[in-house]
Ligand binder design. Structure first.
Ligand code: ASP
Length: 358
């Protein structure tokens, strides 16, 4: 049996941070209709108490409730709070690993945010941060949360040959880099992990590990975490049949700092947007081009030359590209106030050149 003691924080332990989500959700009539439920109802300490008997005896757990929300309502200040909490915990020599329970709707955003702001720190310290969640609420007859949480705790705490510190995710018996996790199905139990390069939990294979190391090798420092109220405003706009220039011109009189264009196919957008996008760049709005297909790469100047100043997003999906652009804009601001002439493009390009791991 594991210990969830009051004074466990003074001895080596795994810190479990609760953010809410379906894993902490409760259905009104779980047997008849488990999918009608409220997310973010149960405290993380109770979720841990429920699985305590199954946690290996030598693992001490400490829990901390950061939030208890439905993750569709995730906010930027909450991301900042989570990032700062993770950094403080990584720095604590008593914390051997970190597990984060999170709603699956926006786990994609949190995964890339933590990778870009805490990934190098975790890697340097050799500590694993594991995100997990669930597709069924905690009181559903076949709730998947308990096994996901147990897998995450095991991954965070078990020395695994050659598996470096970093930001990972576990769902439905499989593990992947957190920045590869995305919900690509509304209801399937493996929804968040279907398309990711992943590995069976407890059975880490060498080719997956070399993919992890290849990504980590491209990364040499973490980006700063924006202060809660200092996140630049960035929107995602989708190109589609019948697109109108007003979708772009609407933003020219706003305080928006960046637009992520979820284009068709290879990330192309409707010709109706071109002129107003050129005007947006002149207004100082940062532009990033990605694909609404949900898979594949968006490459610079393909299939045709890009608007000057607009960057392709590589393998980043629109929600990930949005977080990356916000962090790049924030990093630009900080670099310039420190007298360095780095631009958001310098930071974003470094993020987006990450290769797809297969
Ligand atoms: N709406 C829920 C959330 O993201 C879905 C889930 O956790 O699976 O909080």
């Amino acid at each position: 049996m594991s210990t969830i003691e009051n004074n466990a924080e003074h001895s080596p332990h795994i810190l479990v941070l609760g953010m809410g989500g379906t894993i902490a959700g409760v259905a009104g009539r779980p047997a008849e209709n488990p999918m009608q439920y409220e997310a973010g109802q149960i405290e993380i300490a109770s979720l841990l108490a429920h699985i305590q008997a199954a946690v290996p005896g030598d693992i001490k757990l400490v829990s901390q409730q950061v939030a208890n929300i439905n993750s569709r309502n995730l906010t930027e200040p909450l991301l900042s709070l989570l990032g700062e909490t993770v950094r403080v915990a990584l720095d604590n020599s008593m914390v051997k690993g970190i597990v984060i329970t999170h709603g699956t709707d926006t786990i994609e955003e949190t995964g890339v945010f933590l990778q870009l702001t805490c990934g190098k720190f975790a890697q340097n310290l050799g500590k694993r941060v594991i995100l997990t969640g669930a597709m069924l609420p905690a009181n559903a007859p076949k709730a998947d949360g308990p096994s996901n949480l147990l897998d995450a705790i095991r991954w965070a705490s078990t020395p695994i040959d050659n598996c470096p510190g970093g930001i990972y995710a576990v769902m439905h018996g499989r593990g992947c880099l957190a920045m590869d996790l995305a919900k690509r199905h509304g209801t399937a139990l493996n929804a968040p992990i279907q398309a990711s390069p992943s590995s069976s939990v407890g059975l880490i294979n060498p080719s997956w590990l070399s993919g992890v190391k290849a990504v980590q090798a491209l990364w040499n420092e973490d980006l700063p975490i924006p202060k809660g109220n200092e996140w630049p405003w960035v929107e995602i706009l989708t190109s589609h049949a019948g697109a109108r220039s007003e979708t772009i011109t609407h933003w020219l009189s706003s305080k928006v700092k960046g637009l992520v264009l979820a284009g068709t196919g290879m990330g192309g957008f409707h010709d109706a947007w071109r002129e107003s996008l050129v005007a947006a760049v002149k207004h100082g709005i940062a532009l990033v081009r990605t694909s609404r297909t949900g898979a594949g790469e968006t490459a610079q100047d393909l299939p045709e030359a890009d608007i000057v100043g607009c960057l392709a997003s590589g393998s980043l999906s629109a929600p990930r590209a949005r977080i990356a652009l916000q962090l790049a804009l924030n990093a630009e601001k900080q670099a310039q106030s420190a007298g360095k002439s780095l631009t958001w493009q310098d930071f974003f390009a470094r993020i987006a050149v990450l290769p797809v791991i297969r």
